[in-house]
Design a protein around this ligand. Structure first.
Ligand SMILES: Cc1ncc(COP(=O)(O)O)c(C=O)c1O
Length: 389
């Protein structure tokens, strides 16, 4: 199949469409965007300036700067229990996003299937399609706090299944897999001989004692896992476009070869700043402050949504919350349009994240506390006025 045919199957994201509609709505509060409202900590910005002044303005290695690969390997060992050789098992990418298509393209055969728990991050299915594979949605359920279970996986695995994507903490539901969940998923992957993509970009934003368990740290799992992470969420560096991957060397080798003809390499001075940031205590202090603030906002939004009659699971991670809106009698798209037009609050219809998201909306609480309060007041007023809850 030609790439243009594949592109036809990849629709513009529903989130983009909503932003187009939202343009021109005066006094709009956007709870639609999935990025930290914080500015990158000052010392990290200073490191980038330092790199520029040092003349780090040239091409770098396709796999990323050795100093950053080494810092990433140390981080993975200390924080995630993953032992990866910085020379052959670590790669730096242009955001975590780029890692999916690069990684999938290294081994996926035409039409091979990839299991994706849904509701899912909007880039996964397009990455699978563009890499020549077939995305297979595995629904997760509110009753199970949207955590993926092996029972759900068993219903969708076939002899064409080659890989599985997991994302904990999850975008858009905020679900966090428990250690037991991760162990069971690992057994399932071994049993069906699958490669696992583990997207851990929200690993530091976990609450109520939850924590991230990296599947690659389990016995025998490194050799079949592509661990994907990045700087966008952790250090509020979305615009810097920097991610990293740990995987077995045969996958990294393929990804690096692809990168040679794609972006060539991530931005050199950005990589320097990230390497310094990983080993600077101030960065981790900033992460802790962001985590505490997200937690405060999470408590507010969760309480207010349930209070206005929208049943909402308390998320244990990331900075999203996923209320059920179908009981209002409106579809998730109608509900989002109503909120946009009458409450002047932008939220994302759950169906933008796959069929399993129908009847829900995603709210991002990566927005100032006062704005969240105002948005909740406005939403509640519209629901009352229209007698929807
Ligand atoms: C689950 C998930 N993975 C990956 C990404 C992409 O991150 P990056 O900015 O590093 O490409 C996002 C961004 O929203 C995300 O939510």
């Amino acid at each position: 199949m030609a790439l243009s045919d594949k592109l036809k199957q990849v629709n513009p994201s529903e989130i983009r469409k909503l932003f187009d509609l939202a343009q021109g709505v005066e006094g709009l509060i956007s709870l639609g965007i999935g990025e930290p409202d914080f500015v990158t900590p000052e010392h990290i910005r200073e490191y980038a300036k330092e790199a520029l002044d040092m003349g780090m303005t040239h091409y770098g290695p396709n796999a990323g700067l050795p100093m950053l690969r080494e810092a990433v390997a140390r981080k993975l060992k200390e924080q995630n229990g993953i032992e990866a050789d910085p020379k052959s098992e670590v790669m730096i990418t242009v955001g975590a996003n780029q890692a999916f298509i690069l990684g999938l393209a290294t081994f996926l055969g035409e039409g091979e299937e990839v299991l994706i728990p849904a509701p899912m991050f909007v880039s996964y299915a397009p990455a699978v399609i563009l890499a020549g594979g077939k995305p297979v949605e595995v629904p997760t359920y509110e009753e199970n706090e949207f955590r993926l279970s092996v029972d759900d996986l068993e219903k969708h695995v076939s002899d064409r299944t080659r890989a599985l994507i997991i994302n904990s903490p999850n975008n858009p539901t905020g679900a966090v897999l428990t250690r037991k969940d991760v162990e069971e998923i690992a057994d399932f992957a071994v049993e069906h001989d699958l490669i696992v993509f583990s997207d851990e970009v929200y690993e530091h934003f976990v609450y109520d004692g939850a924590r991230n368990y990296s599947i690659a740290s389990l016995d025998g799992m490194f050799e079949r896992t592509v661990t994907i992470n990045g700087f966008s969420k952790t250090f509020a560096m979305t615009g810097w476009r920097l991610g990293f991957v740990a995987a077995p060397s045969w996958i990294i080798e393929g990804m690096v070869r692809f990168q040679m003809y794609n972006a060539t390499c991530p931005v050199t001075f950005v990589q320097y700043a990230a390497a310094k940031a990983l080993e600077d205590e101030r960065s981790w202090k900033a992460v802790e402050e962001m985590r505490n603030e997200y937690d405060r906002r999470r408590n507010l939004v969760w309480k207010r949504l349930n209070g206005m009659g929208l049943p909402t699971v308390k998320p244990r991670g990331a900075f999203y919350i996923f209320p059920r809106v179908r009981d209002t009698g409106l579809s998730d798209k109608e509900f989002s349009e109503l909120m946009l037009n009458e409450a002047r609050v932008a939220v994302v219809p759950g169906s933008a994240f796959g069929n399993a998201g129908e009847g829900y909306i995603r709210i991002s609480y990566a927005t100032a506390y006062e704005k969240l309060e105002e948005a909740m007041d406005r939403m509640e007023e519209v629901l009352r006025k229209r007698k929807l809850t």
